[in-house]
Design a protein around this ligand. Structure first.
Ligand SMILES: CC(C)(COP(=O)(O)OP(=O)(O)OC[C@H]1O[C@@H](n2cnc3c(N)ncnc32)[C@H](O)[C@@H]1OP(=O)(O)O)[C@@H](O)C(=O)NCCC(=O)NCCS
Length: 180
């Protein structure tokens, strides 16, 4: 087990080199980031995402999970300010640290920070239906399945189903407790 607790911080340029080897195949890259990325992951793609975190109403938030100062997790939230909706995406735990229960505390803190902004009412996400570790984590945080887009992604010769999950502000326990 990791010797130190997981801390959450803003993802920055300094973290990029640490995650370039996290995805060892096209399938692993798409499972993490969706079909829009090219394999292998390159620093310039993460740099371009970081450029979208600037400004008072950025296009995305990017988070780093740190254990003993090392990059243990990565997550993003794509932001729709007009509708008060965020899409949790590109969630990953460092492959060397998977299976140790880090995903839930990491995403609990990411979700807490998202709902701390009163502009947002809904956090949603897409997850491939075979991704049991991710789905168990999202369900444990209160996300509810809202539907499945069957055969919605083409990865090589395979086609994957995408489930849609959503969590509303009023369903987020930490918010509910702190607003009592
Ligand atoms: C999804 C991911 C973030 C989960 O993190 P993790 O460190 O592997 O998982 P954790 O140890 O925190 O466990 C989370 C849950 O999944 C379960 N789990 C862990 N590994 C599993 C596996 N290989 N198969 C099935 N369930 C698994 C755990 O038992 C736990 O469920 P529980 O609390 O009900 O017991 C991580 O596997 C990952 O980075 N995967 C690759 C990228 C990805 O798929 N991202 C999600 C995109 S939507």
């Amino acid at each position: 087990m990791p010797s130190a607790p997981l801390l959450v911080d803003a993802f920055s340029e300094a973290h990029i080199p640490e995650m370039l080897d996290w995805f060892s195949s096209l399938e692993a890259l798409v499972q993490w980031g969706g079909p829009g990325l090219s394999f292998p992951l390159e620093a310039r793609e993460l740099d371009a995402m970081l450029a979208q975190t600037a400004g008072t109403e950025p296009e995305r938030f990017m988070f780093a999970g740190l254990v003993d100062g090392k990059l243990a997790g990565h997550a993003q939230v794509a932001l729709d300010w007009q509708n008060g909706v965020g899409r949790l995406s590109r969630v990953a735990i460092n492959p060397a640290l998977r299976g140790r229960g880090l995903a839930r505390p990491f995403l609990r803190e990411v979700t807490e920070r998202f709902f701390a902004n009163p502009s947002f009412e809904r956090l949603e996400l897409n997850v491939y239906t075979f991704n049991e570790a991710a789905i168990r984590t999202y369900r444990s945080l209160g996300f509810r399945e809202e539907g499945v887009r069957r055969s919605s992604a083409k990865v090589g010769d395979a086609r994957w189903d995408t489930a849609i999950y959503g969590l509303l502000r009023g369903e987020w326990p930490e918010r509910a407790i702190s607003s009592q």
